[in-house]
Structures are given as structure tokens and as C-alpha cells.
Design a protein around this ligand. Structure first.
Ligand code: ZN
Length: 371
């Protein structure tokens, strides 16, 4: 078994665990910076290591389109290609289905979409999705899912959930035959608890190595998301990893950890950083403005990240207003450090059996002006 639970919190369902992969162990709860195209935007792999990153997530569909998995395989696989010798998760590309610029259609066979570079028609099947992730050398591969939009009709929601299950079965059989080390299935079902429960039951029959919780934080209300997340996590088997896909706001992560979620990924901290939005213990603030132009403090007082050790708020503010890349990089390093540090502190709190107090204190400090 590739995952084991080490400790459980006293009052909440939070837990410490270890996921073993060919490129090392991921200690959970864990946050993964997003490297869609084989890079975490503006940040080098040495910097990611310095921040304590144990795993990143790249995207199979994007790398398939450019530069192509064969190019990457010829050059020794994605680890060697991008000089990252720690753990790589790869997402399947199913989520892209709800991104309109891909213009994706679904058939029983797989996804059909137009290549956004040359306009040609392409098909993307659950088996191809595994072939690509195998060629990339992924440590944890996600099975192709059919992610519905949040306002799907009940009929469409059921159809895409059933499609997700059929594709998971095909993908898992193929991925096992290829010898991919960890295969995670993605639970869908929108905000319909019964449908999510049905989906989990069916996926469990195929015995994947872990579960992605997909299709949340895509436009539904916060109340709906929290309710469905709680029910979804409660229903998943305890001895497998639970990965909440695409969630990277502090309040949502803390809530999810308390429910027993183990792994997160999100492009949110780096996207925010490039637009001058800075994560701090007192909430988020936007750096772009005359307010900060003479401020000699670091981005967040008390922060130990490489940016806050050396640079002032005034300088980074200036760089971002001038659209200088260094500004985006320094802000990205800080925001990534903030979330990586959040999961580290969460681990300590769980080990001490005190996650509930830790969560309450942090949320109180965030003065309700942010998420
Ligand atoms: Zn910092």
C-alpha cells in the first residue's frame, strides 16, 4: 500500500499521513504548487525545494499538446526535463473540459477538442491519458474524468458522473498494465450527495490508489461546497489519500484538512502574486497602490520566506507597478511559502492533537476581510 495514516487529530477528522512514490514520500496534509506546463510560473525548481515543496502537479493534456510526451520521454521524462527530482503528480486534463477555450466535446470514446495552436481536431481517450502520463514518468497519475459545469442539469450531471466511472475503469486497467506507480480516480457528482456517494462506491470497486475530489470550487456556493465536501470525505475509504483538486484559499484548506483531506493543489497563490495580491496571517491584501510605495516593511512581518528576508514592500510594489518579472517572482515565492508553511503548521497541530484550536486561531486572525 502506498499510503499510510500516521496520526489522527483528537477533535477533528484531520490526519497525518505518508504517500510513498518512486521519487520520495509526500507527508500529508500537503500543498502542491501547480506546474501545468512543466514549470511553476516564474519560480525555479531550486527555489521550490528551498520552500520545502515535496510534490508538484503538471498537466498531461497541456504537455501532450506541447511539447508532446514523446519529446519529454526522449529527453529522459518530465523529472529530468524540468530538473525536478521530487514527486510529480499529473492531472489528466478532464478539468479542461469546463474551460471554454478548449471547445471540448465528449463521446464514449473520450474527449474531442480543437488544438488551440493549429486548429486541428484531436481525440483524448482514457487510455491515451494513461500512455501520456506513463511517458512523462508521473509518480501519481489522475484518471480521465468528465467534469461537469456547476450549473449542469440533473440529467447531464448524472450522465457525466456515469461517464467518469466508465472512463475510470478503462483508464485504471490500462494504467495498471503500464505499471504506473499510483493511480488516482476522481469523484464527481456536482453538489448532489447521493450521486457522489454512488460515484465513490463504483470507483471503490476498481480499487484505485487514491481519490481526487473533483468538481468543487467551480462556481457553487460556499455552503454547498462545504456540505458536499464533508459528505464526500466521510464516504471515502480511510486508508486511501484524499486529494481536493484546485482549492488553495486558506479558509477552504483549513476546513478541508479538518474534514480529513490530505492533498491540495492550486494555481491561486501564484496567480494572486502576479497581480500583487499577498497572502498574510491577517488576510490577503493588494500591493498595487500608492499606499505601499514608501513602506520599508517586508510583505508579511514575521514571514521567513526568501522574499521577506531581503526585500521591502515598497520595492516589490514598485516592481509590480512597472510589470517587472522580478516582482511577480518575489511575490510568488512569498505566497507559495505561505501555503506550504500553512500545511507544515497544520501537521504540527495535528501531531499535538490540537488542530481545532489552530484552525480557529488562524481564522480569527484573518479578520474576515478575506477568504
Ligand atoms: Zn514572505
Amino acid at each position: 500500500m502506498s499510503y499510510k495514516v500516521i496520526t489522527e487529530d483528537k477533535l477533528t477528522s484531520a490526519r497525518l499521513g505518508e504517500l510513498s512514490t518512486p521519487h520520495g514520500v509526500v507527508r500529508t496534509p500537503a500543498f502542491m504548487p501547480v506546474a501545468t506546463k512543466g514549470t511553476v510560473k516564474t519560480v525555479s525548481v531550486d527555489e521550490l525545494k528551498e520552500l520545502g515543496t515535496e510534490a508538484i502537479i503538471a498537466n498531461a493534456l497541456h504537455l501532450h499538446i506541447r511539447p508532446g510526451e514523446n519529446v519529454i520521454a526522449e529527453l529522459g521524462g518530465l523529472h529530468k526535463f524540468m530538473l525536478w527530482d521530487r514527486v510529480i503528480f499529473t492531472d489528466s486534463g478532464g478539468f479542461q473540459m469546463i474551460r471554454k477555450n478548449f471547445n471540448i466535446k465528449r463521446s464514449e470514446e473520450g474527449l474531442m477538442f480543437r488544438d488551440f495552436f493549429n486548429g486541428s481536431k484531436r481525440t483524448f481517450t482514457p487510455e491515451m491519458c494513461m500512455d501520456i502520463q506513463k511517458a512523462l514518468g508521473s509518480d501519481v497519475a489522475m484518471l480521465l474524468d468528465d467534469c461537469p459545469v456547476h450549473d449542469s442539469t440533473p440529467k447531464k450531471l448524472r450522465e457525466s458522473t456515469e461517464q467518469t466511472v466508465r472512463w475510470a475503469k478503462r483508464g485504471l486497467e490500462h494504467g495498471r498494465a503500464l505499471g504506473i506507480p499510483n493511480l488516482f480516480a476522481i469523484v464527481q457528482g456536482g453538489v448532489d450527495s447521493e450521486l457522489r456517494r454512488w460515484c465513490t462506491d463504483r470507483l471503490e470497486e476498481f480499487d484505485p490508489d487514491g481519490y481526487g475530489i473533483g468538481g468543487l470550487s467551480i462556481g457553487e456556493s460556499k455552503a454547498d461546497m462545504n456540505q458536499v465536501l464533508k459528505e464526500s470525505v466521510d464516504y471515502l475509504p480511510k486508508h486511501k489519500v484524499r486529494y481536493l483538486m484546485g482549492v488553495g484559499s486558506v479558509a477552504e484548506m483549513l476546513e478541508a484538512i479538518s474534514l480529513g483531506v490530505d492533498v491540495f493543489d492550486s494555481a491561486f497563490p501564484t496567480q494572486c502574486a502576479r497581480h500583487g495580491t499577498i497572502f498574510t496571517c491577517a488576510g490577503r491584501y493588494n500591493l498595487r497602490g500608492t499606499r505601499d510605495e514608501r513602506d520599508a516593511r517586508p510583505l508579511d512581518e514575521g514571514c521567513t520566506c526568501p522574499t521577506c528576508k531581503h526585500y521591502t514592500r515598497a520595492y516589490i510594489n514598485h516592481l509590480l507597478r512597472e510589470k517587472e518579472m522580478l516582482g511577480m517572482r518575489l511575490a510568488s515565492l512569498h505566497n507559495l511559502h505561505f501555503l506550504l508553511n500553512l500545511v507544515e503548521e497544520s501537521k504540527k497541530a495535528i501531531a499535538a492533537g490540537a488542530f481545532a484550536e489552530f484552525k480557529a486561531e488562524l481564522l480569527n486572525a484573518m479578520v474576515k476581510k478575506t477568504t
